[in-house]
Design a protein around this ligand. Structure first.
Ligand SMILES: Nc1ncnc2c1ncn2[C@@H]1O[C@H](COP(=O)(O)OP(=O)(O)O)[C@@H](O)[C@H]1O
Ligand SMILES: [Mg+2]
Length: 255
């Protein structure tokens, strides 16, 4: 593949004697919305955790834009344009929606030694800039009316949109979405899909873990399937649609 944005090579993660991800090698095409599917326990979230820096691989490598990023912490990756959302949103529940978005950048000026060096004026200016940016992102995600609500008071679906809003504060070129539509009502799911596709048109690459096969088939190409920690299918959405293995695993059986 020419110009992959992400390359995983023999990525492996053990939990004690159990191998959750077993030698996964794959590339993610720049500009794609790649679907990552597989039954519960297949290792999808563990794979995301290793790519996004929340879990160190037992072995194997990850590279982003051709640079080895294996084992770098999530803050460092966020700064390099790789962001992720969590399967279970975890906002700071008592803080406002706006503050949750503003807190997304890992090293805000006011909280670093640079804050002391730059002085209060610079810190205030930086905070104002972050606030404006967070408000713009909330408007884009249709959450602007909820900006001052405590994040714990918004619906589960709105929390999923908030997750994506937080990710956008890093101006990411790659976003990993872990089950973005799970438990989200159809109207908010539509908003989410529209926003994903709009960002994708502007150049953002997405990797999306999703169980909703309708979502995957309509919006993801290519599709990669994991089972028991290994890649068992890689192909276009059309190929996935007629693949007997996937038919048995997903389309023929109730979820
Ligand atoms: N921190 C952990 N400690 C031990 N086992 C884990 C841990 N995280 C995940 N696992 C196990 O690894 C396997 C893959 O989990 P996960 O990546 O969450 O799967 P998926 O997201 O595909 O449902 C499961 O069997 C799960 O129980
Ligand atoms: Mg998972």
């Amino acid at each position: 593949m020419t110009d992959p944005v992400l390359s995983l090579s023999a990525l492996t993660r053990d939990f004690g004697p159990f191998r959750a991800v077993d030698g996964v090698s794959l590339t993610i095409r720049r500009g794609s919305i790649t679907g990552l599917i597989g039954p519960n326990g297949a290792g999808k979230t563990t794979l995301f955790n290793m790519v996004a820096g929340t879990l160190k691989p037992t072995s194997g490598t990850v590279s982003l834009n051709g640079t080895d990023i294996t084992g770098l912490p999530s803050e460092a990756l966020f700064a390099r344009g790789l962001a992720r959302t969590f399967q279970i949103p975890r906002p700071f529940r008592r803080m406002s929606v706006l503050d949750n978005v503003m807190l997304a950048p890992p090293a805000q000026l006011g909280e670093t030694v640079f804050g002391a060096l730059f002085g209060r004026g610079k810190v205030a200016a930086e905070e104002a800039r972050l606030r404006d940016k967070a408000r713009d992102i909330l408007a884009f995600m249709t959450l602007d009316k909820l900006a001052d609500q405590p994040a714990g008071k918004i619906s589960g679906g709105q929390m999923k949109l908030l997750e994506l809003a937080r990710a956008l504060m890093g101006d990411p070129s790659v976003i990993l979405l872990d089950e973005p539509a799970a438990g989200v009502n159809p109207s908010l799911t539509r908003t989410l899909i529209e926003r994903i596709e709009e960002l994708n048109r502007r150049g953002t690459t997405f990797v999306v873990i999703e169980h909703d096969m309708d979502f995957v088939m309509r919006h993801c190409d290519p599709v990669i399937a994991l089972a028991e920690g290994r890649v068992v299918f890689e192909g276009s959405a059309d190929e996935a649609r007629v693949n007997p293995l996937l038919l048995d695993a997903y389309l023929g059986a109730p979820a």
